[in-house]
Write a protein that binds this ligand. Structure first.
Ligand code: SF4
Length: 383
């Protein structure tokens, strides 16, 4: 049984049974439903309602048991997962990517340096190898700027280490153990699971297998060989899987500058949804022209979602322009907005005119990759 939802809890409370004590407020909540929702989120104490039946009490006790233990390895944390699917709530700790360095290899220091120097930056996150595991006879000269430990210490961690003896076997075990942990609260499966790759597969096989293990449900994978392209691919996938669906990736709302802009530079506008921001940023960085990118606050929503949720309004655009006193800084009076917002051009233009900001709204592209061609056409039209 997974965690109880508010509705499942409510079924056991007096209001659901139409009892005379329904919604008595003794728990501090205005209704039994409000209390049920708080209990589901673990924001209320089970003892504050005097009418909770024993059945519900034991169900809550059972469902509140931690399905998977959390293990700390210096500043690396793995495990602690409590759902099977990210959309149920969120995944907690990313699948750690560890690399074994065998000190019997003559070039192990060179490999270690490659591992230490490796990093990728994607959607504002800097990612490096999570753990270096040294294997070999002489450990006293082994240290790293990354998290590191000896193979013996690694084997003594309170985690379950399985050797990848074949895709089907490993995948089946990973799924079974997560299901037993989350659905049955089976303590025999409560340790984080680490898959040790076998070192015999080629790069493509490792990539395909580990990609699957990251999705379902390895808490750590240990690679026998280090390859930058492989680790970059795995980290990119991992970042997507472990994004919290309740917290859209967002960037700071402000005016960004590209290629030393001045008063005549191009001006683009979008919302603070991180994926849109980085797609547009890539294009603006590679333009020959300098530009500004005005990023409006939208709780990390993409432009159309933000517009439909009233998180992207003409008033917000005007407020952002005023906040940064952008009007007084510019001779260029055109602001290029995303093509997806064409329908709000008139409304936006009217709000800007009313505010006395003297900017013209220009409809830009729907896709970021079209920006380069758009700019060529736009500049030609101005000459
Ligand atoms: Fe409902 Fe119990 Fe709260 Fe009263 S104390 S409102 S019965 S949940």
């Amino acid at each position: 049984m997974a965690e109880l939802s508010g509705l499942q809890i409510f079924k056991y409370l007096p209001a659901a049974k139409k009892s005379e004590v329904s919604n008595c407020k003794k728990c501090g909540c205005p209704t039994c439903m409000a209390y049920a929702l708080k209990l589901a989120k673990k924001q209320a104490d089970v003892d504050v309602c005097p009418y909770i039946p024993d059945t519900l009490r034991s169900l809550l006790e059972y469902s509140n048991k931690e399905p998977q233990k959390t293990v700390k390895i210096n500043d690396l944390v793995i495990g602690g997962e409590n759902v099977l699917f990210r959309h149920e709530k969120t995944f907690i700790n990313k699948t750690a990517i560890a690399v074994v360095i065998d000190t019997l290899q003559p070039n192990w220091r060179e490999i270690l340096k490659q591992v230490e120097d490796f990093e990728i930056v994607r959607v504002n996150e800097t990612m490096k190898v999570d753990l270096v595991i040294f294997s070999g006879p002489d450990m006293k000269n082994c240290c790293s700027t990354l998290n590191y430990m000896s193979f013996d210490d690694f084997c003594n961690l309170p985690i379950e280490i399985i050797l990848d003896e074949g895709f089907e076997k490993t995948a089946e075990y990973l799924i079974e153990s997560r299901q037993k942990a989350v659905l049955d609260r089976d303590e025999n499966y409560s340790k984080p699971v680490c898959v040790m790759m076998n070192g015999r597969d080629n790069l493509q096989e490792v990539c395909a297998k580990v990609s699957y293990y990251i999705c379902k449900y390895a808490n750590m994978v240990v690679l026998r060989d280090f390859d930058e392209a492989l680790v970059s691919t795995l980290m990119t996938l991992r970042q997507n899987i472990f994004t919290d669906p309740q917290k859209p990736l967002q960037v700071e709302s402000k005016i960004y500058e590209f290629n030393n802009p001045d008063e005549n530079s191009l001006v683009f506008l979008t919302t603070n949804f991180a994926l849109t921001f980085f797609a547009v940023t890539n294009e603006l960085e590679s333009l020959k022209q300098s530009s500004y990118l005005i990023v409006t606050p939208a709780d990390g929503m993409s432009v159309l979602t933000a517009w439909s949720a009233e998180k992207f309004t003409a008033n917000m655009v005007v407020n952002t322009l005023k906040k940064y006193e952008f009007s007084s800084k510019m001779k260029n009076r055109d602001i290029i907005i995303p093509g997806l917002l064409e329908h709000m051009k008139d409304e936006l233009q009217a709000e800007i005119n009313n505010a006395g900001l003297n900017f013209n709204i220009v409809i830009g592209t729907i896709e970021a990759f079209e920006i380069q061609d758009f700019v060529k056409r736009y500049i030609a039209s101005k000459n």
